[in-house]
Design a protein around this ligand. Structure first.
Ligand SMILES: Nc1nc2c(ncn2[C@@H]2O[C@H](COP(=O)(O)OP(=O)(O)OP(=O)(O)O)[C@@H](O)[C@H]2O)c(=O)[nH]1
Length: 204
């Protein structure tokens, strides 16, 4: 059975956890506790093949044992780099992350880069306060050779599922021979459910 490791990266508050939770549970949770980095695990069947998916959700705040971006990039088979279309600074961060992935993984995955790095402009429902044009996202994706999506974790269940399915499929298809050291945290679906319905709440 194949293992597929995905890292969901981007600056604080862009909706990384919301996208992951939407994909794994089909729900949108407006408030989400995230004080530690973690890995969610899920067994999937894609094109009749069984896959063990590991989804890495980083902690943007300072937290104990936090892995570096370099470690995250080396660990993962595929990447979802998220920015918030209503926050230009998050786009600047996403640009830097995409370029770093390209730089660090160029040797190993040059030909695969465009299929395993997805640039996602989240919070499309906030287009009335948009700070990043759709065409800017498209341009960055074209320049960095990655796939581009603009969507809303809050409103688009199907699109989020489709985006993750594609990156999982592509990352699963790409063979890899690299260091498997993984970021520190690890969570089961049960823990995810606890987080989703959990006690600690983060304000919007
Ligand atoms: N309007 C809107 N809000 C969203 C959307 N996705 C996430 N949010 C909100 O954005 C805030 C941050 O979402 P999180 O999922 O915690 O973001 P994150 O990137 O995981 O944040 P950190 O863990 O702090 O890095 C929360 O208040 C969410 O409800 C979206 O598509 N639309």
């Amino acid at each position: 059975m194949n293992d597929v490791k995905l890292a969901v990266l981007g600056s604080e508050g862009v909706g990384k956890s919301a996208l992951i939770v939407r994909y794994l549970t089909r729900r949108f949770i407006g408030e989400y506790a995230s004080t530690s980095e973690c890995i969610y695990r899920k067994r999937l069947s894609i094109d009749g093949r069984q896959l063990n998916l590991e989804l890495y959700d980083p902690c943007s705040q300072l937290c104990e044992g936090k892995s570096s971006l370099n470690e995250q990039v080396h660990w993962a088979d595929g990447f979802v780099v998220v920015y918030d279309i209503s926050d230009r600074s998050s786009f600047v961060t996403a640009k830097a992350v995409v370029h770093l992935i390209r730089e660090l993984r160029l040797g190993a995955t040059k030909r695969d880069m465009d299929s395993v790095v997805f640039l996602v402009g989240n919070k499309q429902d906030l287009c009335h306060v948009r700070e990043v044009g759709r065409e800017e996202g498209q341009r960055l994706a074209a320049e960095a050779k990655c796939q581009f999506y603009e969507l809303s974790a809050a409103e688009h269940c199907q699109e989020v599922a489709l985006m993750f399915s594609k990156v999982v499929r592509n990352a699963g298809l790409n063979g890899k021979a690299k260091d498997r050291r993984r970021p520190s945290g690890s969570k089961s679906m049960a823990k995810l459910i606890n987080n989703v319905f959990g006690k600690r709440r983060k304000s919007v």
